[in-house]
Structure formats: structure tokens, C-alpha cells
Write a new protein. Sequence first.
Length: 88
Amino acid sequence: MAVLVLIVLGVTLGWLASILARTEAPGQIFRQIGAGVVVSLVAGVLLNDGTMLGSLSFLALGAALAATCVTLVLYHAIFTRRRIKAEA
């Protein structure tokens, strides 16, 4: 059940990041969703003592949420900087 919660969290945050950043290219949207899922799963597994069978601790859920948000913000900061340099 914990894996399902982390996957849904990653997909939701990746999708919301693409909406907030006004991303319109399908490839970029899928990359953001994929990055959200991967980071959410990794953070959740690391802070849930390596177990994904059973319940998910609040600490692991909070860490997955925070790590995913930070990663997506950094992704957009780097991507925007590259796009600005490419246009110049």
C-alpha cells in the first residue's frame, strides 16, 4: 500500500508542477511526472526503513513530499536557465 501512496504522490506533484510552470510539451510533462514518482519512491523507501510492505510512516510521507517538491523546483530552475541561454 505504501508504494501505491508514493506513486500517487509523485504523479500528483509532477502534474501540479507542470501546471504551475505552464508546461505544454507532452515530453516535458511526462519527465516531470516521472521525476516526481522516482524521487517520491526513493525518499519514501529510504525513510521508511527500506520496507514498502505495509504502512507508510508520516516521516517517510513528509520526506517524500518535501524531496519531490524540492527536486521539481530545481528541475524547473535548471530547465528555465538552459532555455534562456539557448534563446540568446
